[in-house]
Design a protein around this ligand. Structure first.
Ligand code: FE
Ligand code: FE
Ligand code: ZN
Length: 296
C-alpha cells in the first residue's frame, strides 16, 4: 500500500526539459514530481520542444507517474500582492499567464504560486491585489493555480488559512486550489502534531477538496518562527513521525507529496533516500551519511 503512495521531489528542468525532469524523478524512485520551467529566481524561459514533451509523457506512463501528479511551480519573484509599481505588478501577471500557457503545452494540470508579499502596502490592500490579479489570470479549463500556504516571512501574504480562504472567496472561478507546505505551516505557527484537527480546520474554512498538493518538508526552526528554512525529513523540528503521519494520511491519499528538502552539503540531492525512508515508515537518523555514501 505505502509503496504506491504518491511521492516525489522538486527536480530540475534543464536542456532535456520535461524529459530530463522525468528521468531525474524516476532515478529517485518517485511517483510524482515538481519542476520550475526555468530558474526559480528569474523569468528567462526557453521555448518548449514538443518532441521532448512527448518523450517525457511516454516515459512517465512506462514508470507509473501520472500526469496529474506532476506539478509546476511558478518562479518566486512573481508578486501578485504589490502594485505600488504598476509595471512590476503587470509583469508578474503577464508572466504567470505565460507560465500557465507553458503548463498547457506540457500537459500539466497544476501550478503552485506564492500569493505574494505586501511590501509596504496594507495587508487588506495586498490581499485585494492578489484577488484582482487572479481574477484577471484564471481561465476555466486551464491548468489550476494552487495557492501555497506561506511561513509569514517578511510581509508574505497567505500565511494563515483565513487569508487563503479570503483569496479563494474573492476569486470568481472555481479553478483554484491550495498547496499545503508543512514547513511553512509549522513556521507560520500551526501545530502539525494534531494533524486531524488541522485538517478539520481546513475543511471548515474552505474544504479538503481544495488541496491538490502537499509540500512535505521538515523545518530548521520552531513553530511560529516565520523563518521558512526547510530541513531534511526527520532531522528538523517537525520530526519524522509527524511527517510520516501526513504522508500516509487517508484523507490525503490521492494528493501528491513533494519534497523540497535541502541538498546535502549543497551538492547531493537527498530525495531518493528520503522517499525510501517514508515508504519504509522508518526514520533514517543517518540520512546525511547515506546520501553522501550514495553519491560517492
Ligand atoms: Fe513554494
Ligand atoms: Fe513549498
Ligand atoms: Zn519554503
Amino acid at each position: 500500500m505505502v509503496k504506491y503512495m504518491i511521492i516525489g521531489s522538486h527536480v530540475n528542468f534543464t536542456n532535456e526539459q520535461l524529459l530530463g525532469s522525468t528521468k531525474q524523478a524516476i532515478g529517485y524512485g518517485a511517483t510524482a514530481f515538481m519542476f520550475y520551467t526555468g530558474a526559480p529566481q528569474n523569468t528567462i524561459r526557453k521555448n518548449l520542444d514538443a518532441h521532448l514533451t512527448e518523450e517525457a509523457h511516454k516515459l512517465m506512463e512506462e514508470n507509473g507517474i501520472l500526469l496529474k501528479n506532476v506539478i509546476c511551480h511558478a518562479p518566486y519573484i512573481i508578486n501578485l500582492a504589490n502594485n505600488k509599481e504598476m509595471e512590476k505588478w503587470q509583469f508578474s501577471i503577464n508572466f504567470l499567464k505565460q507560465e500557465i500557457d507553458r503548463c498547457k503545452e506540457l500537459g500539466i494540470s497544476y501550478i503552485v504560486v506564492h500569493p505574494g508579499s505586501a511590501v509596504g502596502l496594507e495587508r487588506n490592500v495586498a490581499l485585494q491585489n492578489i484577488i484582482d490579479a487572479l481574477n484577471f489570470i484564471i481561465e476555466e479549463d486551464a491548468p489550476m493555480i494552487l495557492l501555497e500556504t506561506m511561513a509569514g516571512k517578511g510581509s508574505e501574504c497567505g500565511c494563515t488559512l483565513e487569508e487563503i480562504k479570503m483569496i479563494l472567496e474573492g476569486v470568481h472561478s472555481k479553478n483554484i486550489g491550495v498547496c499545503l507546505d508543512t514547513c511553512h505551516l509549522n513556521d507560520a505557527g500551526y501545530s502539525l502534531q494534531d494533524f486531524d484537527a488541522l485538517l478539520d480546520q481546513v475543511d471548515t474554512l474552505f474544504g479538503l477538496d481544495k488541496i491538490h498538493c502537499i509540500h512535505l518538508n521538515d523545518s530548521k526552526n520552531p513553530m511560529g518562527s516565520h523563518k521558512d528554512r526547510h530541513e531534511n525529513i526527520g532531522l528538523g523540528t517537525i520530526g519524522f513521525d509527524i511527517l510520516y503521519n501526513i504522508f500516509v494520511h487517508e484523507k490525503l491519499k490521492d494528493v501528491p507529496k513533494i519534497l523540497e528538502t535541502p541538498y546535502i552539503d549543497r551538492e547531493y540531492p537527498p530525495f531518493k533516500q528520503e522517499i525510501e525512508a517514508l515508504r519504509q515508515g522508518k526514520f533514517h537518523p543517518n540520512l546525511v551519511e547515506e546520501v553522501k555514501e550514495y553519491y560517492k
